[in-house]
Design a protein around this ligand. Structure first.
Ligand code: ZN
Length: 249
């Protein structure tokens, strides 16, 4: 079984030893409909129900892990463990009592990091699950088979965040993009990274397109400025000639 180094281990027994192994192929997000810390969520799983998730995430971004990721946890209906032995890693997260609030910045960052770790550790592919059994990333209400009780979990604001911020963030980070903390750049470095980056496709009428297929944004600006100045000079010269012709006539 695998324990995520970024989480506090709060092993849940007897489930951790008694539940069958899975090969984790999915990562599915939930809201627990309570403003709970990882410890409070652990106590709920231990004392009040025989359900449980692998992870519990507080508002402040702190994470607890209750079950190893290669053991079944019971949070996501048919995705917990399928007949072929594959199953979903589940994360419950603190929310308000209506599950209507967005994840905090700290929660978003923790989810992205865990998502990258699951990709690197268990080879979960970087895509949104296309069907209930398709390997990838998702949230509780994405597929009916995961959600037999028809919950709105994790709530509409968080579904939007999943599509706009979290999943793209996992993909970008897994492909080597730096985190915001690692992006410690001064103004000159930001300018160079954006304006000097030689990556934009060359203009369609560029004479050197074959040998110089990409330009930096700064090259575009200079080229356009020079071209406009030349056109301006030509128009002025043309106006003078028109004046002269008029005077002669
Ligand atoms: Zn849920």
């Amino acid at each position: 079984m695998a324990w995520y180094p970024g989480a506090v281990k709060m092993e849940l027994q007897p489930e951790s030893d008694s539940q069958p192994a899975i090969k984790p192929t999915q990562f599915i997000l939930h809201s627990i409909v309570g403003p709970w810390s990882p410890q409070r969520t652990y106590e709920y799983w231990r004392d009040s129900t025989n359900l449980e998730s692998h992870f519990g995430l507080g508002y402040d971004g702190h994470l607890g892990q209750y079950i190893g990721t290669q053991t079944r946890a019971d949070a996501t209906g048919a995705a917990n463990r399928r007949a072929d032995g594959t199953g979903a890693v589940s994360l419950e997260s603190a929310s308000n009592l209506q599950a209507s609030d967005p994840w905090t910045d700290e929660q978003v960052e923790t989810i992205i990091r865990l998502g990258v770790w699951l990709h690197e550790t268990h080879d979960i592919p970087l895509r949104i699950c296309r069907t209930a059994s398709d390997p990838g990333y998702g949230y509780h209400r994405l597929h009916d088979a995961w959600n037999p009780d028809d919950h709105s979990c994790p709530g509409p604001a968080r579904v939007r965040q999943f599509h706009n911020v979290i999943f793209p963030g996992i993909v970008a980070r897994a492909n080597g993009a730096p985190s915001s903390e690692e992006l410690d750049m001064d103004d000159q470095q930001v300018f160079n990274a954006v304006w000097m980056k030689d990556a934009a496709p060359a203009p369609s009428r560029s004479g050197t397109k074959k040998t110089n297929p990409t330009w930096s944004p700064v090259s575009f600006l200079r080229e356009i400025y020079d071209l406009v100045a030349t056109v301006n000079d030509n128009v002025k010269a043309l106006a003078k000639r028109v004046d002269a012709i008029e005077k002669k006539g």
